[in-house]
Design a protein. Structure first.
Length: 283
């Protein structure tokens, strides 16, 4: 039986150096690191961040820290003009780091036709790179091709490719469809069509949605993780973008200053323990 991979996203380390982040991740007990290049979640970047020299630098740094890379997040709208070449470059970068899964959004519903044209090309390139495109549900309240698990399942079934699955995120649904209950149950529904899942928790206030340690929010992570425990080799990633919250309009708002390393480490260690307990790795 393949050991379960539990990664941690680089999102909470937004604003810290690469070496500080990777050393911290290794120190607190993670074995796998999920790089995060997400507009609005992290420091600004452009496509030069995905050059071959940058890939070499990242690969060396990850190896030196004693970590591995299984999943990679780099969300774009795959229905946009130019998205094929942009996302091809990001898939090549992710594959160079050793990633087997790359998470992205699908597309705005208004760009459905161009999404299907583009993804047909991208799936052929994903196959050549031996990487799975994992479509993730957004959290910004827009009308997307994946608003709920049922939408995502329908896309996966329609495209019918081993290189196209879901990376479902129940905490995104909280802000994306705030009147919808059963967040964990929606995510559980998505599991058979998924290659990976983000484990993230969130609490709603009058000011919007704030990310919390796993188990302290309103997602029902315990129920989701209990279902994942029945899938022994299913990979997950703890993704807690602690530097930001979503406003009442569901748009991401980044703090001016990075979150202190000690705070990040305390929250991630607590969250890793909760995840490992819930899936039966520790008591």
């Amino acid at each position: 039986m393949t050991a379960r991979i539990i990664s941690v996203s680089g999102a909470p380390y937004d604003g810290h150096s690469r070496s500080a982040m990777l050393d911290s991740i290794a120190k607190i007990g993670f074995t796998h690191f999920e790089p995060a290049f997400i507009v609005g979640y992290t420091e600004p970047f452009d496509e030069t961040a995905f050059s071959s020299s940058e890939a070499n630098d990242w690969r060396k740094a990850i190896t030196i820290a004693g970590l591995s890379c299984h999943a990679f997040s780099s969300h774009i709208d795959l229905g946009l003009e130019g998205s094929v070449e942009v996302f091809t470059g990001r898939m090549e970068f992710a594959a160079a780091l050793g990633a087997k899964v790359i998470a992205t959004n699908a597309a705005a519903r208004a760009r459905e036709a161009s999404f299907f044209r583009n993804v047909d090309i991208l799936l052929r390139r994903a196959e050549a790179l031996h990487i799975t495109i994992a479509l993730e549900n957004p959290g910004d309240g827009s009308d997307n091709l994946i608003n709920t698990a049922k939408d995502g399942i329908a896309l996966v079934e329609r495209l019918a490719s081993p290189f196209l699955k879901l990376n479902y995120d129940a905490a995104n649904t909280a802000s994306h469809r705030p009147d919808m209950g059963g967040l964990a149950e929606d995510a559980i529904l998505a599991l058979p069509a998924s290659a990976h899942a983000h484990i993230k928790d969130v609490r709603r206030t009058d000011q919007g949605w704030f990310f919390t340690p796993i188990g302290d929010g309103e997602v029902g992570c315990g129920r989701l993780l209990s279902a994942i425990a029945e899938l022994p080799s299913f990979p997950v990633s703890v993704e807690l973008p602690l530097r930001l919250h979503r406003g009442a309009d569901a748009q991401p708002i980044r703090r001016y200053d990075p979150v202190p390393l000690a705070t990040i480490e305390e929250i991630l260690m607590r969250s890793l323990k909760i995840v490992r307990q819930a899936i039966g790795e520790i008591q």
